[in-house]
Design a protein around this ligand. Structure first.
Ligand SMILES: *Cc1c(COP(=O)(O)O)cnc(C)c1O
Length: 366
């Protein structure tokens, strides 16, 4: 690194960063894209019209509202809290990054229960935070004994550890929502913040937002990327105690949310009915897709989200993934993840996409 084009300059990143692998979900051109849990539909037309008008009215020469007040008020109103409980960022991944910039760092650790959303441990490592890995039980949920074991390990790494305990509910990539009593157990036992990532909240039977009032160390994270059909917008938020929100502001770059995004977020919230209809359609499709996968002999995990995890029993998962890709269908290959040997994750698309996937799978299985 220190030779060649750069002469004698040192271009090596921090040693622990040099060891990190980036986040890689392949973006390739295919006819049927079912690998990143996006919504299959465009956002409602009325929203797009509203947004076009709003964009025309933005004074582009001016910096955006640094505190994103209108957006935070609109989100807060939806959750029945004050705007001081709401923090917004460029996607929920950036919310998670802010959380770990503020609460993580050297000497500090987070707890995760694998298999789970890879960005939780990835962002921890990027911020120099230790990762304590717990394991989910047979049902891919967090059981009491494993929780105790993980928290004890955390305590050995320093009495405040883990500073953040991550709960992904519904869990990506396995699909089920964590039951309320399980999250309550985590809240009772964790020494630091409990961050519940609810990227798929609209599909879940309950939400941890119900527990916010009684638990100032609870942070619930949401995104517009999935159910809202707005992955391109990059907007996510946290609902938390004002003290936590205040800490998040301290690590946030000035004017981090552009004016277009702020306006779009406010307008999107006016089209909640459309989101509910879309969720209902996807749940119906999910049922159809799961049943079809079972009839093809796949081992299907139950899902409270817009994706389905299945094991390609009797067939090599990587091979199946490749044959699907050859048929222009892209799903997520998670077969190299611990505990997910032989598994693929497919996003629930629209009826046509799901049919194309099933046709391709049938021929991939020979
Ligand atoms: C997709 C997903 C996100 C979304 O991240 P954004 O940055 O908001 O697009 C966050 N958490 C989980 C568990 C996800 O699956």
């Amino acid at each position: 690194m220190s030779r060649g084009r750069s002469g004698s300059r040192r271009l090596a990143p921090r040693a622990d960063v040099a060891l990190l692998a980036g986040y890689h979900s392949p973006q390739v051109d295919v006819a049927v894209r079912l690998n990143t849990n996006e919504a299959p539909e465009l956002p409602p037309e009325a929203f797009v019209r509203d947004l076009q008008e709003a964009v025309g009215a933005i004074e582009m020469n001016r910096y955006p509202d640094r505190e994103a007040r209108a957006l935070r008020e609109a989100i807060a109103a939806q959750h029945g809290v004050g705007p001081e409980h709401v923090y917004c960022a460029n996607g929920s991944n950036e919310v998670l990054q802010s959380l770990l910039l503020a609460y993580g760092g050297p000497g500090r650790s987070v707890a995760v229960f694998e298999p789970t959303y890879a960005l939780h441990s990835h962002i921890a490592r990027v911020t120099g935070t230790g990762v304590i890995e717990g394991e989910r039980d047979e049902e891919m949920l967090i059981d009491e004994r494993e929780l105790a074991r993980v928290l004890t390990l955390g305590g050995r790494a320093g009495e405040e550890n883990p500073v953040v305990t991550f709960v992904c509910s519904p869990n990506n990539p396995t699909g089920r929502a964590e039951p309320r009593d399980s999250v309550e157990r985590v809240l009772a036992a964790a020494p630091g913040l409990v961050v519940v990532d609810e990227a798929y909240a609209q599909f879940a039977p309950w939400s941890a937002t119900e527990l916010l009032a009684d638990h100032p160390h609870l942070v619930v994270v949401r995104t517009f990327s999935k159910t809202w059909s707005l992955a391109a917008l990059r907007l996510g938020y946290a609902i938390a105690d004002p003290e936590v929100v205040d800490a998040l502001w301290r690590v946030t770059l000035p004017y981090h949310l552009d004016s277009v995004k702020q306006a779009a977020g406010v307008l999107a919230l006016r089209h909640r009915d459309a989101v509910a209809e879309r969720t209902a359609r996807l749940v119906e499709e999910r049922g159809r897709l799961s049943a079809a996968l079972r009839s093809l002999g796949m081992d299907v995990y139950p899902s409270d989200a817009n994706f389905v995890l299945f094991r390609t029993t009797g067939h090599d998962a990587r091979g199946v993934w490749r044959s699907l890709l050859a048929r222009s269908v892209l799903v997520r290959d998670v077969s190299s993840w611990p505990r997910l040997e032989g598994c693929l994750r497919v996003t629930v698309g629209n009826r046509m996409e799901n049919d194309s996937f099933l046709v391709a799978l049938r021929s991939a299985l020979g």
